[in-house]
Write a protein that binds this ligand. Structure first.
Ligand code: HPA
Length: 252
């Protein structure tokens, strides 16, 4: 097993990661979000990338997902843990909960989303019935529970285009579709990982109630507080770091 961790708004940096090398790698698909850092967590070698870049300047719809995932393949990564901050739609998905989604619905558009679009490949399809790797997802759930953090491990992640948050009507539609959480970056990351035969799982932290959720909107028109989201990202970072720390002691 060779593990990569993709951070975003969460896990921009973490103390338990000891950096060994840092490489800038270009690809036929363009430039990845940033340098790929190889280091150790608890004696396990891990490759780390932040999809928004270390300056956090690349919006979800502008990330070069193809370049990012292609470099992981070049580096002979076998397993990927993707960290994302999400909004909570269904009742159980309250702020500061960890969620390991087992399904997703893709609402994004206009993103370069497949390696199977060039001349070098004939028409090619992948099975994507179960978008997340079961083994890694179970391990992540165990790592969360061993830390005594709240965890939901059955959830559908709705992936929106961003960078704006959703309207109340959009979230109602997503709820009718069966989405439990909403974020902006799980696609096309997850399907590109599948195309490259990388085992990919998602560790999400709920940082806000999605638009119109978490209160009676009929009494008080409620909007999402970005300050609150930012504070939860700061606080949640410690949770995510502990989970990542734990899982590296549970994998060979
Ligand atoms: N919507 C989409 N993406 C998000 C949200 C949200 O409410 N919160 C964090 N990422």
């Amino acid at each position: 097993m060779k593990l990569a961790i993709i951070g975003g708004s969460l896990l921009k940096e973490f103390d338990s990661f000891t950096k060994v090398t840092e490489e800038r790698i270009n690809t036929p698909y363009g430039t990845p979000s940033d340098n790929f850092v190889t280091g150790n967590i608890n004696d396990m070698e891990v490759v780390y990338l932040n999809r928004h870049g270390f300056k956090h300047h690349i919006s979800p719809h502008q990330v070069n997902y193809k370049a990012n995932m292609f470099v992981l393949k070049i580096l002979e990564i076998t397993h990927v843990i993707a960290i994302t901050a999400v909004g909570g739609i269904s009742e159980k998905m309250s702020p500061m909960k960890c969620v390991i989604p087992d399904q997703l619905i893709d609402y994004t558009h206009g993103r370069a989303q497949t390696f199977n679009d060039g001349n070098e490949n004939s028409v090619n399809h992948i099975d994507f019935s179960y978008p997340f790797d079961d083994f890694l997802s179970v391990k992540l759930t165990q790592a969360i529970e061993m830390n005594d953090f709240d965890c939901e491990s059955q959830a559908t992640y709705g992936v929106t285009q961003g960078p704006r948050l959703e309207t109340v009507a959009e979230i109602k539609r997503m709820e009718r579709d069966g989405c439990d959480i909403v974020g902006m970056t799980a696609m096309p990351e997850a399907s590109l990982a599948r195309e490259l035969e990388l085992k990919y799982a998602n560790l999400s932290l709920v940082v806000n109630w999605a638009a119109g959720k978490g209160g009676d909107i009929h009494d008080v028109p409620k909007i999402i507080s970005l300050e609150e989201i930012n504070q939860r990202i700061v606080d949640g970072n410690k949770i995510i770091e502990k989970v990542v720390n734990k899982i590296t002691t549970m994998l060979d």
